[in-house]
Ligand binder design. Sequence first.
Ligand code: SF4
Length: 336
Amino acid sequence: MERHYARPRLVVSRCLEFDACRYDGARIPSPLVAALRPVADCIPVCPEVEIGLGIPRETVRIVRGNDGDHLVQPATGRDVTGEMQSFTSGFLDRLPPLDGFLLKGGSPTSGPGGVRVYPSAGRSAPIGRSAGFFAREVIRRFPDLPVEDELRLGNARIRDAFLAAIFTLAAFRQVESGADPEDLARFHGNNKLYLGACHRARTGEMGRLLAARARVPAEELFARYREMLGAALARAPRHTANIDVLLHTLGHFRGRVSDEERAHCLRLIERYRAGHAYLAEPRDLLRSWTIRFNEPSLVDQTFFAPFPPELALLPAEATGRGRDLWRKQGATGEED
Ligand code: SF4
């Protein structure tokens, strides 16, 4: 049974897969961006080219002074802070409704975190880490949207959470455009297991809001739901919560699958619990059973396919198995 996916709308750093616009004239191949292009609407942007720095160009860096951070091009002595702030502001003002940002990690312009900050434009060691100039304004203006860089998205868990968030937000935007509270209740019902794995308490609140939908004006209902949805999706699904959902789902098939099938599923869940298997292994098996038995309470649950399956088939090096960057925002990467 094929699920229909709404197309997420994303701002993407233009040097990732789109164009050879890095300071050295390079384009950075990104299997993830390549896989997203057919199923998402990407808005590529290269702020450094937009402010006229050219390709190729001398690198820029963040320099921290007494009056705050500056974006400086050491080789020319140019301070492009004002140009960058003014471009960023105008660009972000003109954007249509979005579902997320996929930015180039490590860049003093686009990196969402962990970018080196220097005490001066001359030769000096970094004194801290921060977000790039474009990215910091993105984070300030869009606190409820997923903002990630391609370095962190090399980690399978972070990547899956990002993809699930952007496809869920895109589906919500579609429902929101119809402004029908009954569609919103259906949306919540279908996302209940996935959202519950991210943030159980918030999902409960969303359910209570929807239970009172007849008494809440539609505009307020959608606004409050959107806020709670963003907060729930800001957390990745917890490992233990995923296991609870898997075991709960397995319970639905008691007496309908053989003892061997059940034991095989339990082994996959155990492998996932021990960190030896991806969530997709037990989840896909259970999904096949929801389809086989047409289990009405489960068949439309987005937990089993939160984003198009082709995005789960990225090359091995893009899955980053074993690395956990969850708390370490973009700490590596080249400047540009
Ligand atoms: S990281 Fe640099 S090259 Fe890439 S989009 Fe941002 S400013 Fe342009």
